[in-house]
Design a protein around this ligand. Structure first.
Ligand SMILES: [Fe+2]
Length: 294
């Protein structure tokens, strides 16, 4: 069992919002005893070829929160996503709430601040976010206590957020038949990811696990919810007691075959700024492409 404060008798209502353009699942998590809620891993729509940003996915989340008369307490990012843009500031403008991420965001900002050749005006201290979590930090969503668990490996700033009997695993795990996320981005590490996954698997067997992504492997319908017990038994990368050595070998070989995510260049520039689009010297929203930089 883990040392984190876990309360399996607290059962939040979880509403999922699937984004087919990026295979991301965003969540609204409601405290069962109040109208407080949290948003996990929102998505801002981008047509990258056209340089056009829209907000249909985030608007669906905002509508859901308004229709159900919920009060938004937190807007959580499980990590700096490389495959979609966060809509955190857009949602915050509409509904309030605090934007939170792991405090290792500073490591990510340092790495990509260099890659995108950002000037000194780009702060690398996480100050774009309202809250920076350390391992084991707790926060409240109404009367429901949430805990942030440090789970690096996919990226250095990844955290799993547990609220009652529901854990939002970000990109530590995929559904059992999807395995795990890549560990080859700058600052990623397969052995570290294995250790973080073991941490998740020490949560109670009945803990509901909610994925950040699903790609419908082998033609099945998209799914996003499983349990610790199901992952331990059936996960194709770490289930049935797979060893760290096996995992690292497999993950490293697989990652070497993967192309960069289509939206990695805009995603990193926006997400390392807590979802704000960068601006040029005249204040116009503008994205860069570092040539041979990634
Ligand atoms: Fe990710």
């Amino acid at each position: 069992m883990s040392d984190y404060p876990i309360n399996m008798s607290m059962k939040p209502e979880v509403e999922a919002f699937f984004d087919p353009a990026t295979n991301t699942i965003s969540y609204v998590v409601k405290d069962p005893s109040s109208n407080a809620c949290a948003v996990i891993d929102s998505v801002m729509d981008i047509d990258y070829a056209a340089g056009r940003i829209t907000h249909d996915h985030a608007d669906a989340i905002i509508d859901h929160i308004r229709k159900n008369d919920l009060k938004l307490a937190w807007i959580i990012e499980t990590h700096v996503h490389a495959d979609h843009l966060s809509a955190a500031p857009y949602i915050q403008n509409a509904l309030g709430g605090k934007i939170g991420i792991g405090d290792k965001i500073m490591v990510v900002q340092e790495t990509f601040g260099k890659i995108f050749n950002e000037g000194t005006e780009f702060q690398r201290d996480g100050s774009q976010f309202d809250a920076l979590f350390k391992d084991g930090d707790t926060y409240m969503v109404g009367n429901m206590q949430a805990v942030a668990i440090y789970t690096p490996g996919h990226t250095p700033a990844c955290m799993v957020h547990v609220m009652g009997d529901a854990a939002f695993v970000g990109d530590t795990l995929f559904m059992p038949d999807g395995g795990s996320a890549r560990a080859d981005f700058p600052g990623g590490d397969a052995a570290t990811l294995f250790d973080s996954i073991q941490k998740v698997l020490t949560l109670p067997d009945a803990m509901r696990l909610f994925m950040c992504h699903d790609y419908g492997p082998n033609g099945r319908d998209i799914q996003w919810e499983t349990t610790v017990a199901a992952e331990k038994e059936h996960n194709i990368h770490v289930g049935k007691g797979a060893t760290k050595e096996q995992f690292v070998k497999f993950r490293t070989e697989r990652d070497a075959t993967l192309a960069m995510p289509k939206l990695i260049i805009p995603s990193l520039q926006v997400n390392m700024r807590a979802g704000e689009v960068p601006t040029d010297k005249d204040g116009r929203p503008m994205l860069k492409v570092p040539v041979n930089g990634l």
